[in-house]
Design a protein around this ligand. Sequence first.
Ligand SMILES: Nc1ncnc2c1ncn2[C@@H]1O[C@H](COP(=O)(O)OP(=O)(O)OP(=O)(O)O)[C@@H](O)[C@H]1O
Length: 860
Amino acid sequence: MDIPVQIAVRLKPPSLADSTQCIFSNPVTQIVITESGQTFHVNRALPVDCTQANLFNSFMIPQINCFLDGCDTSVVVFGQPKTGKTYTLFGSGFECIHSESDQGIVPRFLTEIFHKLIQMPEREFILHITWMQIVNNNIFDVLGAGLVRCYNLEEAFQYLQLGWRQRCQGNNHTVFTVSVEQKWVGTNGVLNHRMSTASFCDLAAYPESGLFALESIIKELLAGNPPKQINYDQCILTAMLRDSFGGRAFTWVIGCISTEPEDYQDTLKILNLCLCCRGIKNFVTVNLFADNNTPVYTDKSIGQQNDSNFNLQFATTQWIKLVSNAEGLFNKILQSKSLSETDINHVTEWLFLKAECDECLNTDVGVDNKDVGPKQGLPRIAEDTEPSELSDDQTDAESDSEEDSHSDTLFQDKLEKFMDYFREKNDQLFAERCEEYLNHIDSDDITISETSGSQSLPIMTSQSNSGRRRTIHPGESLSGAELELLRKVAAKAISPESQKIIIESHKKDLDPEPKLIERELLKMIDSPKTEEICKKYKVIKEKYTQKQILARKLSKEIGSSQTQLKELINLCIAKERLIDDLSKTVSNQNKNYLDRIDGNLIDQDTLKEIRRHETNLKTYKKQIDQIKKQIKKDEKRKNTLDVELVKDKLKLDEISETSISNDLKDRKTHSLKHFTHRITQLDSILKEKTNDLENLQLSKEKELMLRKEIKNLRKTRECLHEQRCSLGHKRKIYKSLSDSEERKLLECEEAIEAIDTAIEYKNNLICGKSPSASLSDTHDNRESRTRGEQMLMARLDKLSHDEMKTLLYRYFQKVVDLRGACAALEAGVAAAADEAAAWRARAAAAWRHAQRLRPNNHGR
Ligand SMILES: Nc1ncnc2c1ncn2[C@@H]1O[C@H](COP(=O)(O)OP(=O)(O)OP(=O)(O)O)[C@@H](O)[C@H]1O
């Protein structure tokens, strides 16, 4: 499957924050643009503040899937000195002091590979790494051990640490490789056996001989020369990068460039070289082993027997493991000498039987090995071989004997069928993978929903499918534009409603920004201030869309012109070769051609042929020149359009930002007014409440005081009541009291009554009821009083506290006197009533007596 080399450009952050930048990148349109307006279209135009995580997530995930499917992958980093090539690939170091977020592509790749392989327990794998450096065309093994096997991520990181310390510093090339061999049985019972290598190359900066050699190879490939005709072995670097350029690897080239004006010329050189790489197409294939696709057990349609065979195989392996574990245990127990003699006999017998079994099994394995070939170690990789090689083998075999020849032909047929099948499957796999990859590349999909390559493989187990599906670091994989948008959201430059739109469009749209701005503007269209801006925006937007369409059209035209050009160049080369051949033939036919101008001996036909071809060639060359001119024209137009597009985009951004900020200002002023008004309102409410609270506090205090007073009054009342009771009791017993005691009793009663009235009064105050009408000095009361009373009240008002007290005491005494007099009168009334009753009784008795006497007198 042909996959073009992909290009990413990373700008090194300027050394000083305020230093001028001469190169810019637009991650939305994937354009790198120079200060002079020259544009470079790449697959990933990474922003100047692109983090290591964003860089990795933006293009390495499809590479990892490809790698795990058994394809070779490659990352090659170009750049001037100190532009972050090593930082991009490795990071800033592997010691504890170095932050994980600074880790480059290599450590992240290793982490991800181990993580994914652990998630696929059905896969057996062997992972090796190598770390080489090319110094003055000499190879230097950084780890000193060639291929180094890593069993886990920790080990891989230990080697990274070691290599980082041992590597040579300076202007040299570094090539780090990760190779993985995988073996697993799919649900259809077919064995998958694959091998893939990922190479990561940190190239030296110019001037370096290897780099010049690589540049010339890139140019040759671009000119359409087939890789087979290119001399990759001219130096170590090109030999090592054979698969990366024009080979079988899925390659990403990263251009690390400086943005400083003094590096401008070098930057242009790197950018042009990167663009050259873009024209190279690699033939990416799955690397299969010879035993790949051999049925381990057949699928369900053949019968469940085979399923059970597989189960049996699995059970046997498990059983053997169990038995070996038991053997170890028994040996330990025997050594501990803690068993009885009978137990020791049992265990020894068991061990003996096990040894017998092992012997039998080992002989079987030996027989198998003889028949089938070695089971240990991995068979030779089946390269993407041409069928012709196989036919050669077969020709040799044919000569042996007829029988052999017949079986070989059958074998050959079978093999060819299998080869066709493999090729078909391979192409199908890559068509799917490429489609998936290109979809991924075309979209700026921020969440990388990992669809492992194996998902597209029909042989993948459903279990592993589900196990491998996951989302990787949602926040880290945002595109520059989306990050910018989110930043706006974070800065609250966009209304909450728009934030919702962003999130929704983020889910649905590939590029939410234009829609968001449009909606933001449409939302503000009611505002007269923004109406004008909106109109302007719409006009520019329309122009922008038209220009985009035009740019796309031009790109297509340029593409077709380039293909035409390539075809013509190829034709020219062919013609030139033909002319050369014909000229040679002519010179051979007649060595004295120059002496015999009459040309009798010259093959006239050949000469004519040469002339015809020469004229053709001239026409082709003319056509080429014309097409080249046309392409240049188109490219110029396209570049101007691109610049205009970028400018328009910037304008659009500006307009949307200003309109958004205007609207925001208005809204802010409005809300400020609203809040000020609200604050004033709240302030007055607060004041009222404070007053209420103060009053409440005062009344509370007052109430407390009143309650206290009531409490004291009750106490006094209780004392008085006690006194009254004891005096009353005394009077009951002795039937009479002394005068002073009588007075005391009256005083007590009067005081109790006065206290009750006072308590009632205070209670009314506490409950908020007005005190009794007789006690309050209301207006109505004042009106109803006589003149004398009014004068008395006026005087009372003027009395001092002490005067009032004295007066009250006097009145109290007077009331007691009156009570005493009243009681005496009541007693007199009672005595008189008693006397009257006695007299009445006497009168009644006398009357009855008189009545009794009267009949006797009548009867006589
Ligand atoms: N994108 C970046 N973000 C932060 N720091 C960076 C970035 N790029 C480079 N650096 C820093 O710049 C310095 C030089 O980077 P680095 O050594 O990776 O450059 P180089 O191109 O590999 O250099 P050389 O030409 O020596 O190989 C390092 O300290 C690195 O941490």
